[in-house]
Ligand binder design. Structure first.
Ligand SMILES: CC(C)(COP(=O)(O)OP(=O)(O)OC[C@H]1O[C@@H](n2cnc3c(N)ncnc32)[C@H](O)[C@@H]1OP(=O)(O)O)[C@@H](O)C(=O)NCCC(=O)NCCS
Length: 323
């Protein structure tokens, strides 16, 4: 729908929209949604619940996506990252809510699609949810979630009846990719010196993706410096101005840059004459580019949209190397 907009809210934006978020929560509970409450929820209780969510956003333990119609906040969904060190790739999707007056216009679907994309970019490759709502069940099935089954007598509905819940999961990358992503996530926070961890990580990524060359660069004032690399030979430029090359484009735009034909891209800083394609993925912390993940492949047209999504999740996993 043309007038539906969805976007991720950071902690301060969520605080700004606290009243709108609270009003959606209150309305959905009043409408009978089984989302953790018995009886009616007051606006103050809803605000308190949302303040705890904002604390989680602040601490990087969750993400929140909100939906707007005509500029008014009418829906939201939360993704809560697993706090367990052995589940760095897993998250729970909870409280998909659309105000009753805005339902049936595509807001719920748009919220889900954006939440999945944001979770994927955060390296959350396995999502789990449960629902007691028929409408939501159909939505999850249509979005490719796997329905595991019903847990009976799971919770009290707002009207006091006891009811079951349906459990779903969705894996956002292939099992092979999830295996590599989790190894990288564990390695970046392991004990040991930063560069030693970085060396192991570029080795894992190169081996696990079969790409010809993988490097991690750090952004310093005015320049980009290679920290570690894995490949047949050292990078052609160990440091260069941060405005130069394909890296310069990725740094300036704070977005992934792919050249699938570097030979014909005048911005390519020649490193290896045998490179066909290069992808530069910025590592971003608190909105600032702190480094890049640089991947080269000898073939042309080596990087498609799905490769981009996966390397962006890997770049997110590199953040602990920069903190
Ligand atoms: C579930 C909910 C979020 C759907 O929001 P929505 O904005 O109305 O959903 P959309 O308009 O995007 O519809 C998406 C899909 O949901 C399903 N759906 C929505 N309303 C439906 C209805 N009344 N009957 C059957 N299916 C329905 C359909 O599969 C629909 O697919 P379509 O796009 O092909 O029509 C909303 O009904 C809601 O907030 N319910 C209460 C809260 C709740 O229970 N949330 C689930 C917690 S896990």
């Amino acid at each position: 729908m043309a007038d539906v907009e969805v976007r991720r809210l950071g902690p301060s934006e969520a605080q700004h929209h606290l009243d709108g978020l609270a009003s959606v929560l209150v309305d959905c509970v009043a409408g009978g949604a089984s989302i953790g409450y018995v009886g009616l929820l007051s606006v103050d209780e809803a605000r308190a619940a949302l303040r705890s969510v904002i604390t989680e956003l602040d601490n990087g333990r969750a993400l929140l996506v909100a939906g707007f119609v005509g500029g008014e906040l009418v829906g939201s969904v939360q993704v809560l990252f697993s706090p367990k060190p052995n589940q760095p790739h897993r998250a729970d999707l909870v409280k998909l809510l659309v105000h009753r007056r805005a339902r049936g216009r595509g807001v719920g679907r748009a919220l889900m699609e954006r939440a999945e994309a944001e979770a994927r970019a955060e390296g959350k490759a396995l999502l789990v949810l449960d629902t007691a709502t028929d409408e939501a069940e159909q939505l999850y099935v249509s979005l490719g979630w796997t329905r595991l089954g019903v847990i009976p007598n799971y919770a009290l509905y707002p009207d006091g009846r006891l009811g079951g819940t349906i459990v779903f999961f969705k894996q956002l990358f292939s099992s092979e990719q999830v295996g590599l992503l989790t190894r990288v996530q564990v390695e970046t926070v392991a004990d040991g010196a930063r560069l030693a961890r970085g060396e192991r990580v570029v080795g894992l990524i190169r081996e696990g993706t079969g790409r010809r060359w993988v490097g991690i660069y750090e952004l310093r004032p005015g320049e980009v410096v290679n920290l570690v690399w894995s490949g047949p030979s050292a990078p052609g430029h160990l440091r260069f101005p941060s405005s130069k090359g394909l890296t310069g484009v990725a740094v300036a735009s704070k977005a992934t840059f792919i050249s699938n034909d570097v030979a014909n891209d005048p911005r390519y800083l020649m490193a290896f004459s045998s490179t066909g394609s290069e992808m530069i993925v910025p590592v971003i912390i608190d909105g600032q580019v702190v480094g890049t993940l640089d991947v080269e492949d000898e073939r042309q047209d080596a990087f498609g949209p799905e490769d981009q999504e996966f390397f962006e999740a890997l770049a997110t996993a590199l953040r602990p190397l920069f903190t």
